[in-house]
Structure formats: C-alpha cells, structure tokens
Design a protein around this ligand. Structure first.
Ligand code: F0G
Length: 362
C-alpha cells in the first residue's frame, strides 16, 4: 500500500533485481518554480531535486541496485573514487548491506558534508594526492586485481538504478502536462546520468511506451574549467579528449575524463540535444535563483539551471518549451559554498534595543 515509499523499487521490472539494499531512495520532488520559469522564459520549468534522496544526492538510486548486486555476488569489499557524493552513498549503502567500504578522494577537493558522511557511515577514506580522474585510475586497477568491487558509474548496475530519474520525470510531466518534457538539462561529470537517462528512453521506445519523436532532448552542462564533453560536442568528435588540469567551484563535477562518454555522446546527439559550459559565477547565480524558490542545492546542481538560462538567451531553447532541470545534490553537501554565495551573518548585541537599532540601520 505504501506505493510512493517504494521509490526506485517501484520500477523493479526495469531493474536487474526485484529488490535492493534500500534506505528509501527515489520518489524525489519535481518542483514548480514560477519565478524562475518566468525569468528564464520558457513555457514550463520543473526542478527534479535529487538532493532529496537519503544521502542527499542521486547516487542513492544507483547504490541501492549496485550494492544489492555486490551482495548477490558475495563480494566483501566495495570501493569507489569520488568527488564526494558517490563516497557518501557508497558508505551509507555499504554499511546498510553489512559490507566494508573503501573510498578514494582527491585530497582537499571534496566538500565538507560529503567527507563527513563517508566518515560517519564508516568508510575507509583514502585521501589521494591527485584529482578525481587519478583516483578513478587507481580504483579501477584495484578492482581489476580483485581487491575490491567497483561502484563508480562504470558499474552498469548503478546506471540501471539511475534510469529511474528519467522515468519519474516522464511520469511527473505526463501527470501535470499530459506530455513528456521537450528537454532535460543536467550537470555532467562522468556522464553517468546522461547515459542512464538515454538508456531509459530507448527502452521505453523499444517497449512501445514512447514515440521516437517524443524522446526529450538531453542537454549536458559542464563547468568551464572542466568541460571535455562540451569540447567534444562542439568539435563533432567521436571521442572525448581527457583534460589533465581541471578546476571549478562545483567540485562534484571537477572531472576531466568523463568515463561514460561513449554512451553519453550518442545520447546527446541522437536526442537532438547539446552540451554547454557555464562559469563559476553563473553557477553561483543559479544556486541563488534556486535558493530564492526555497530549493537548496550544491554548486554542481545549479549548473543545469545556469546552462538552461544561457541556452534560452542564445535562442537554442525556445519560449514554448517544457523543460526539466536536474539538481543532483543538496545544499548541505557543500556548506562552505552555500555560505560564500549567501548573505553574511550580522553581529548584534544580546538585547532587544540593540537588535532593533541594528534593524533600523544604526
Ligand atoms: N552532480 C553532482 C552533485 C555529482 O556529485 C556528480 C558526480 C554529478 C553531478 C555528475 O554526474 O557523473 O552522472 O555526469 N559525482 C561523482 C562523485 C563523480 O564521485 O560523487 P555524472
């Protein structure tokens, strides 16, 4: 009877297992944002806020499946490289499943909330003197040597779970507009979600549940300082060139070697979508815009809204479109970025007179 509570597992028929190691992931809100919709200038804008998952990011949808598969396989140690969110989710789902977890993080480049989660859920945290891509190289080699079971988005079972983001967005739009969205805009790091959403839509077309022409355009957004996918799309390249030096305030997507690119590039191209980069300032502005509608997201998440605004201004997105923006992680993941983007606290004395005087601008 608890239909909504089943979240991701409501879609068991499209997943490799009927049930997973669950902390009740999925069934996230598809928020209306009337002021933002108006200022961006589209027919409809909805925010699919994946920060509302148990550990505060979309990674939970993948982990509920991936960790369950690992359990079936009988492996005893799970591992990932991470810019933070994957490590938080792996630590939580691994501990729930009763397994040991190992996470490799780029030293000094992971937001505070994420490290705290991995730590409290009991992961062994290896701080690597290198960026995320270097961490992923190492963990892939560890997995190849049989030292651990890999739970990065290279793991196909994780992406199966992440397909449900696309299924929920389509259901939400069908319920409210009687049509699927014209476009889905999402932040891109390793391009796992881009690949997963495309797979979900192809499966719906194959099952006769969605017309080929109805498949939403997939739009990937990267930070200017870490935009190898955008480069490949702009150059019409079949392969993505690895960027060795990457930098952005949106540390979740500080990635120079998007490992799912071979699956994601066709997804962007064949749906008629595109890829675009945004500056850190544009990301922070979008983070404030979302916050102004009550929706708290981490910087990487706001890239989707920043990208949509830019594409609308460029005329790539037209005013009659219905669009879903994916926000991938919660504000509290990166409290330092939120505090820096927001208002500063104002010191006041501990008496009412003093507070009133302060409010009156004395
Ligand atoms: N947004 C957030 C908040 C993320 O944490 C990530 C990836 C992405 C977007 C990019 O998603 O890889 O599917 O294109 N974070 C990974 C991690 C790399 O380790 O937490 P993608």
């Amino acid at each position: 009877a608890d239909f909504e509570g089943r979240g991701v597992w409501r879609y068991g028929a499209s997943l490799p297992l009927e049930e997973g190691v669950t902390i009740r992931e999925g069934a996230t809100p598809l928020y209306e944002v009337p002021r933002l919709e108006e200022s961006v200038g589209v027919e409809a804008l909805r925010i699919k806020h994946e920060g509302m998952n148990p550990t505060g990011s979309f990674k939970d949808r993948g982990m509920t499946v991936g960790v369950a598969v690992a359990k079936e396989l009988g492996v005893d140690r799970l591992a990932c490289a991470s810019t933070g969110n994957t490590s938080a989710a792996l630590a939580a789902y691994g501990s729930r499943g009763g397994m040991e977890t190992l996470v490799l993080l780029p030293a000094g480049k992971v937001a505070a909330g994420k490290v705290a989660q991995a730590s409290l859920h009991g992961a062994r945290i290896l701080e690597v003197d290198g960026n995320f891509d270097a961490c992923l190289d190492v963990v892939q080699e560890l997995a190849a040597k049989g030292e651990a079971y890999l739970l990065n988005s290279l793991n196909p079972f994780r992406l199966e779970g992440q397909k449900t983001i696309g299924l929920e967005i389509l259901e939400g739009f069908l319920a409210d507009y009687d049509a699927v969205p014209d476009r889905i805009v999402l932040p891109v790091g390793n391009a796992g979600n881009t690949s997963a959403l495309y797979k979900a839509f192809r499966e719906l077309v194959q099952a006769g549940e969605l017309e080929e022409g109805e498949v939403p355009k997939l739009v990937g957004v990267q930070a200017e300082g870490a935009a190898p996918m955008v480069e490949a799309i702009e150059n019409g390249a079949d392969e993505v060139r690895r960027w060795d030096d990457v930098e952005t305030r949106a540390t979740a997507i500080r990635i120079g070697n998007p490992v799912n690119a071979p699956k994601a590039l066709p997804g962007i191209r064949e749906t008629g979508g595109t890829a675009i980069s945004v500056t850190d300032e544009e990301i922070t502005a979008a983070q404030r815009d979302l916050a102004g509608e009550g929706i708290g997201v981490e910087p990487a998440s706001a890239a989707s809204v920043a990208g949509l605004r830019k594409l609308r201004a460029d005329g790539v997105v037209s005013d009659d479109e219905r669009v879903a923006c994916l926000t991938t992680g919660h504000l509290l993941k990166d409290p330092d970025a939120a505090a820096a983007a927001g208002r500063d606290p104002e010191p006041v004395p501990a008496d009412t007179e003093g507070v009133l005087a302060h409010l009156q601008g004395e």
